[in-house]
Design a protein around this ligand. Structure first.
Ligand SMILES: Cc1ncc(COP(=O)(O)O)c(C=O)c1O
Length: 440
């Protein structure tokens, strides 16, 4: 960690006049605003929160241990944040590291922007590569998943009649780029319908198998869909695609950091993720993976000096860029490593099972995420029978200070609950009690 200078306090409250509250809550109901401006909650300062090195407690899986992990995330007082799938929080270790990088940069801008952090940048690349079990020569450090999906969709010189498979649950960030860059040229976007509650991986593989034709060139798919948290079988689809000479691009926005991932084993050609969700990196930093054999397909979205670089670094060559956030990603992976990705993986499933068992006990609550572990993990959606989900979101916020995301598409009418590592079983008890209070 770099040394941090003392900071004064700052409050967002002056930005928010109380007569704006109603309007804020209405906007907030869309889930897009997140907790940028909290109307009635003070902002907790984290200057005095101690950073705890969790490395020495690798074998501890007690609730007390996870309460300790939670102390490293400084949420606004009273806020119950079940909205990690929209945007993650950075633990204080990451916040302070990033802030100290900003201060160094502002102390000598030209030095740090133009090469002073070369080693640190490469170290971050290596940390990400290790997390995803690939080579550092297969990782580019970009801004977010949206950029990664754009990069892929823009790279290909597809011809009219060629086909790209995009299932119906693809996020707009993985869909619009194909529509704009390929569909307008006459490329056909094939949009198969995924089951909402599949009982097996094979059920989903079959949907992709049926969608493939001799004209299919690319399958673009989420690793976890943002709608109901369903995990898609990337490994099985990649195997099937490879046998037919089809490329597979994966939107990993919701999977990177949630559980163990071995990208070579998954077998996809491309994978991109937003590190500001489940890896807890600073906002606006993303990951791009291209397996070595498939890198030649890719063209940088932005070209400038250095564009002749033949390595994967040519895809992240923006000239001036957000280096403190990029180095903050390194600190974020270090933080995850202190806990251990295997342990985070195990915790994702432990919280899922705890949450599901509590929900299943109540007939007025209906789970709308598939149950098997290979089909879902730390994102679950639940309907409260008789409640319109957008109204419910507002009530959960106003009465319980719970933030989560309402999902209305695909007839879900369900609340999306993110069970990140700062969520404890006591938090789940609180949430479920809150949900139950609206069933009466
Ligand atoms: C599945 C999926 N893909 C892409 C995105 C877009 O992420 P970003 O805005 O970080 O690019 C999201 C955001 O929620 C998502 O859930």
């Amino acid at each position: 960690m770099l040394k941090l200078r003392e900071k004064g306090s700052f409050s967002y409250l002056h930005l928010m006049k109380s007569n704006n509250r109603r309007r804020f809550l209405q906007t907030f109901g869309t889930g897009m605003v997140g907790s940028l401006a909290l109307p009635n909650l003070a902002i907790r300062k984290n200057d005095s929160s101690p950073i705890i090195d969790l490395t020495s407690q690798k074998t501890d899986n007690s609730e007390a241990y996870w309460e300790l992990v939670k102390t490293q995330f400084v949420f606004a007082p009273e806020l119950r944040y079940f909205n990690n799938a929209s945007l993650g929080a950075s633990p204080i270790y990451v916040q302070r590291h990033t802030q100290s990088c900003r201060e160094l940069l502002d102390g000598f801008p030209s030095k740090y922007m133009w090469g002073g952090w070369k080693d640190e940048k490469e170290n971050t690349r290596q940390l990400v590569a290790d997390l995803l079990k690939v080579s550092n020569e297969e990782i580019a450090l970009i801004h977010n998943t949206t950029e990664g999906m754009n990069l892929i969709a823009r790279s290909f010189d597809l011809q009219p009649g060629d086909e790209v498979i995009l299932a119906d649950h693809e996020h707009t960030s993985g869909r619009v780029c194909w529509e704009v860059f390929q569909e307008t040229k006459g490329v056909k976007l094939v949009r198969p319908t995924l089951p909402i509650l599949p009982e097996s991986v094979e059920e989903i593989v079959e949907v992709y198998r049926k969608a493939i034709t001799p004209k299919t060139k690319i399958i673009s798919m989420c690793h976890i869909v943002n709608t109901n948290g369903m995990i898609l079988p990337v490994k099985e689809v990649s195997k099937m695609a490879q046998e037919r000479g089809i490329l597979v691009a994966v939107d990993g926005a919701q999977s990177a950091g949630m559980f163990e991932i071995d990208l070579h084993d998954l077998g996809c050609d491309f994978y991109t993720a937003s590190a500001h969700k489940w890896i807890f990196a600073p906002k606006g930093i993303g990951i791009f993976y291209a397996r070595e054999e498939s890198q030649h397909y890719l063209k940088p979205l932005i070209v400038c000096r250095g564009h002749r670089d033949t390595s994967i670094r040519r895809l992240e060559n923006y000239n001036t860029r957000n280096l403190p956030e990029l180095l903050g990603l390194g600190a974020a992976v270090e933080f995850c490593n202190q806990i251990g990705i295997e342990k985070i993986h195990q915790r994702s499933y432990e919280l899922k099972n705890y949450f599901r068992s509590k929900i299943a006990a109540n007939p007025a609550l209906k789970l709308k995420t598939p149950a098997p572990d290979d089909l879902s993990a730390a994102i679950q959606v639940v309907e409260v029978i008789g409640q319109e989900v957008r109204e419910l979101k507002e009530k959960l916020w106003e009465e319980f200070q719970i933030d989560c995301r309402p999902m209305s598409t695909f007839g879900l009418n369900a609340m999306r609950i993110s069970l990140s590592i700062y969520i404890t079983k006591a938090d789940i008890d609180y949430l479920v009690d809150a949900l139950i209070s609206f069933t009466k």
